[in-house]
Write a protein that binds this ligand. Structure first.
Ligand SMILES: Cc1ncc(C[n+]2csc(CCOP(=O)(O)OP(=O)(O)O)c2C)c(N)n1
Length: 201
């Protein structure tokens, strides 16, 4: 896809509502929730053994999802990441673009703030940077802002049925996540490995 990335026309939506819309149509797809609110809302949208929750480090949802996508090329893999976190690890997009896994979709939750640590503005918000445009420039040509919920659904549908890699940008409000995940990394790891069929039940 080409053409402008109309970030400023995109509706401000809600992360939990969009996460529910995504999870509601999944079967065996893997979903990697980034630190904090991204994984809190994934957790609140319903437990699935195919969910992995990143704790502690910003910017690792997309790199982890990338690894899962390479290891299991027949499974679709989604990464959910906040704008502050993606900024911390923007270079991963170049690696993903170079390898171009067909089964990977990154969903960017752009609230323009580091919400969970007190709502400080991210540098991207201050400079009005267009992270979807940046992703395209870094080689992820199938990167688009979702103008509204219907377009978000449509872009997720394309990611589920077509060849990626994809990046979907969603402008969201500054509400915190609606739940908190347990802080239990070994539980998350073991459950996810079973969910991926990489460890016996
Ligand atoms: C390397 C690193 N620096 C800082 C933190 C503290 N920290 C945790 S989450 C977070 C903000 C995340 O912002 P964003 O990804 O935009 O998500 P939001 O909180 O807005 O949902 C920060 C600064 C951290 N965990 N790791």
């Amino acid at each position: 896809m080409s053409g402008p990335t109309p970030m400023h026309n995109a509706k401000v939506m809600n992360r939990f509502e969009l996460t529910k819309r995504l999870v509601g149509r999944l079967k065996d797809e893997a979903v990697i929730g980034g630190i904090g609110n991204s994984n809190f809302d994934l957790n609140a949208a319903g437990q699935r053994p195919e969910n992995f929750y990143m704790l502690g480090s910003m910017g690792l949802a997309a790199p982890i999802a990338f690894g899962v996508a390479l290891a299991q090329p027949h499974r679709k893999v989604f990464a959910l990441e906040g704008d502050g976190s993606l900024l911390m690890q923007l270079g991963c997009l170049t690696t993903i673009a170079a390898q171009a896994p067909k089964n990977l979709c990154i969903i960017l939750w752009d609230n323009g703030v580091y919400q969970i640590t007190g709502g400080q503005g991210t540098p991207a918000a201050a400079a009005r940077a267009d992270l979807v445009g940046a992703a395209r420039a870094l080689g992820l040509t199938q990167s688009n802002w979702a103008a509204d919920e219907a377009e978000f659904d449509s872009l997720v549908g394309q990611a589920l049925s077509g060849n990626g890699p994809w990046l979907i940008g969603a402008r969201i409000d500054d509400k915190p996540g609606v739940s908190q995940t347990q802080r239990d990394p070994s539980l998350f790891r073991d459950r996810f490995m079973r969910g991926m069929g990489a460890k016996k039940a």
